[in-house]
Design a binder for this molecule. Structure first.
Ligand code: BG6
Length: 475
């Protein structure tokens, strides 16, 4: 990426997100030559007292990508600064260090770039952002700020946070990460939908029976119980990650592939989502969730939810969109499953074989496949169901699929906001879920227990089969 000296500042450098995602992503970008070799500096800032060498050792010991041989040179660019989040002195020092490194690397006249990554709990976003705004803005080029969910807990708190951040930074400076937007298959959605004649005429209520967007994890909250219990599965996964995917599945074709045109269409489709009714919701909590010492013994926070969203517009009226997410289930998987309607005037008894489906698997092992009815090979004229399968591992053996965070950090450096959530999108996303979340918080909905390692509460299958008209096929 051309453009002068680049400073990346990771606030919350000693935390989990920084260690697991942010540092490894930056390192991978560096290793692949996407960051300026001799004009890069990385600052880690956090409260913990430690030296730069201690941070280097932690990073090296922690993340697999950082065990590579070119790590030494990378770590030379990483400086750790310890300081409080709520006192000016720390940020004054941080700014001095950024400025003096900029000066020594590229003199006093050339333009510079500053990227601030807030890998922090949201409760301190306002104070940290205020301090960064006051003391660390770049006088010689751009400053951009990456923030990560949770952006509030409901419409009111999200709007309060948005307006606080909005007073400090322009929308062009703010990059709200939803890492699902950086996943390969999610980025493929617009290409698949709008560049294939196969799909263009079929992608609507006339042909599609239902759409599922599913997230499953085969482990529980694992040490994050305290955080999770405050939010629950809808705020953790559905209101953000799955809803972003839904936008790309359901939106109209943007006029052009610019960030604003794409995001305008996403907002439009979100505005057509109808209020959620309780009969379209199944909630669950896995048995053993409350054994986590950080979870209150009487918690009724859902760790599983299946929700039907209904979009009232010309393309989708009547097509159920099932958003399903759960922890401690039978497998780890995220996929989009588009089920088509039955063929009219069926002469092959296709109903028995099952319907056509188009599946996009986000993880594990990216793939897209179509389930379709074919003649069973052999002497008899018998229909059977088979698959056209595009498995990325087989088809693109030499291509390394980038991690979502790598892509999104690079986009930020390039100034491309297409794969980031705009303020109005965030608002509508909260408008959709807030009434339901409040009813759940008030204990008005049933939360069914389910066994760890299961498919979730059995009511969820009923919801899918009966209310969403899903027809299960073998395989
Ligand atoms: C995070 C959630 O946003 O996404 C976690 O807070 C979840 O609860 C994670 O485990 C899933 O991300 P991925 O990329 O592993 O599907």
């Amino acid at each position: 990426v051309a453009g002068g000296c680049l400073s990346v500042v990771i606030l919350g450098a000693s935390g989990d997100l920084a260690k697991k995602k942010t540092f490894p992503a930056i390192f991978n970008l560096y290793k692949q030559g996407f960051l300026p070799n001799d004009q890069l500096q990385i600052f880690g800032y956090a409260r913990s007292k430690m030296t730069s060498t201690e941070l280097h050792n932690r990073l090296r010991g922690y993340a697999q990508p950082m065990k590579s041989s070119c790590i030494l040179y990378f770590l030379l660019q990483v400086t750790y600064i310890s300081g409080p989040y709520d006192e000016e002195s720390g940020y004054v020092k941080l700014n001095e260090q950024i400025s003096s490194a900029e000066e020594s690397k590229c003199g006093t006249t050339c333009s510079t770039r500053r990227l601030f990554y807030l890998a922090l709990p949201p409760s301190i976003y306002p104070i940290v952002s205020t301090m960064v705004r006051k003391h660390c803005m770049n006088p010689r080029g751009w400053s951009r700020v990456i923030v990560e969910k949770p952006f509030g807990k409901d419409l009111t708190s999200a709007e309060a946070l948005s307006s606080e951040l909005g007073k400090l930074f322009t929308e062009e400076q703010l990059y709200r990460i939803d890492h699902y937007l950086g996943k390969e298959i999610v980025q493929n959605l617009l290409v698949m939908r709008f560049a294939n004649r196969f799909f263009v005429p079929l992608w609507n209520r006339d042909n599609i029976a239902n759409i599922q967007i599913v997230f499953k994890e085969d482990f529980g909250t694992e040490g994050r119980g305290g955080y999770f219990d405050e939010y629950g599965i809808i705020r953790d996964i559905i209101q953000n990650h799955l809803l972003q995917v839904l936008c790309l599945v359901a939106m109209e074709k943007p006029v052009m592939l610019t960030p604003e045109h794409v995001r305008d269409e996403k907002v439009k489709v979100l505005r057509a989502v109808q209020p959620i009714c309780d009969e379209d919701v199944v909630l669950g909590q896995y048995e053993g969730y409350k054994d986590d010492p950080t979870v209150p013994k009487d918690s009724s926070t859902p760790t599983f939810a299946s929700i039907i969203l209904r979009i009232k517009n010309e393309r989708w009226d009547g097509v159920p969109f099932v958003m399903k997410a759960g922890k401690a289930l039978d497998s780890r998987k995220a996929e989009i499953r588009v089920q088509f309607k039955d063929v009219p005037g069926d002469i092959f008894n296709c109903k028995k074989q099952g319907r056509n489906e188009f599946v996009m698997r986000l993880q594990p092992s990216e793939a897209m496949y179509m389930k379709l009815t074919v003649k069973q090979p052999g002497l008899e004229m018998k229909a059977t169901q088979s698959e056209l399968d595009l498995s990325y591992q087989q088809r693109y053996q030499d291509v390394v699929i980038p991690e979502a965070y790598e892509r999104l950090i690079l986009d930020t450096i390039r100034g491309d906001q297409q794969h980031f959530v705009r303020r109005d999108e965030l608002r509508v996303a909260w408008e959709i879920f807030t009434p339901l979340l409040h009813r759940i918080d008030e204990g008005k909905l049933k939360v069914s227990p389910y066994k760890q390692g299961s498919r979730g509460p059995k009511e969820a299958d009923e919801l899918l089969n009966v209310k969403a008209d899903y027809v299960r096929t073998e395989g």
